[in-house]
Design a protein around this ligand. Structure first.
Ligand SMILES: C[S@@+](CC[C@H](N)C(=O)[O-])C[C@H]1O[C@@H](n2cnc3c(N)ncnc32)[C@H](O)[C@@H]1O
Length: 211
């Protein structure tokens, strides 16, 4: 088990409580909306964690659609059980064992965890049928003075969940570089890449149509 998975296995209950706070729901709904799903569509969430996005995805695809939540950490998936009536899959999102073309691919707070995010995003985009969409949501630290407390919380969280024993600031910088690489690759792969900020600028919501 990797250190990141050990971290999430240990803190699944607390993570779940934070991930489903009322204020967080609108961000999750916005991320799912960016997929422009229709009833009957198939949507996959990579690194779905405790399933906080899955009910939003289910609402979008209605009962006739398919929602698949994939995560590497069993304890996180156990908390996702029953949410969004999703098919849950314990697997590595770096090489996801998904055989069917999907209409929507979602990843929230995940891409910064991969050693080679661009290669992972390429594999994810290959799963999306032509005309389908992908959407990513990630934290975006700000350099404004008033942004110090949330930035510090972000750095601490990334450091705690990381294998890296460098200083928190350096770990967060590396994490941010990987998030940038993931978004850049989506920009290259999508025909109508859009990115907007949520939560007062602290979140980047990127999406695009894959051809
Ligand atoms: C910060 S949590 C995000 C969870 C969820 N997407 C959310 O928005 O609440 C990161 C998740 O990625 C999962 N994860 C990390 N590396 C993974 C991998 N290689 N394959 C699948 N899941 C992975 C962890 O188990 C954890 O559940």
């Amino acid at each position: 088990m990797t250190d990141a998975r050990r971290f999430y296995a240990r803190w699944a209950r607390l993570y779940d409580a934070l991930a489903r706070l009322p204020g967080v729901r609108s961000w999750r709904a916005a991320a799912v909306n960016a997929l422009a799903l229709s009833p009957g569509d198939a949507v996959v969430e990579m690194g779905c964690g405790t399933g906080a996005n899955l009910p939003h995805a289910r609402r979008a695809v209605r009962p006739e659609g398919r929602v698949i939540g994939l995560d590497a950490t069993r304890a996180m998936l156990e908390r996702a059980r029953g949410r969004g009536d999703a098919d849950l899959l314990q697997a590595d999102a770096v090489r996801p064992p998904i055989a069917v073309p999907v209409d929507g691919l979602l990843a929230t707070f995940v891409a910064g965890m991969f050693a080679d995010p661009a290669a992972v995003v390429d594999r994810w985009c290959d799963l999306v049928r032509p005309g389908g969409r992908a959407a990513f949501l990630h934290f975006a630290p700000s350099d404004r003075a008033w942004a110090r407390p949330p930035n510090a919380a972000y750095r601490a969280f990334v450091w705690l969940s990381s294998t890296d024993k460098q200083r928190p600031g350096e770990v967060a910088t590396g994490h941010q570089r990987r998030v940038d690489a993931a978004h850049d690759r989506l920009r290259e792969r999508a025909v109508d890449y859009r990115e907007r900020r949520l939560a007062g600028g602290y979140l980047r919501l990127a999406s695009g149509r894959i051809e």
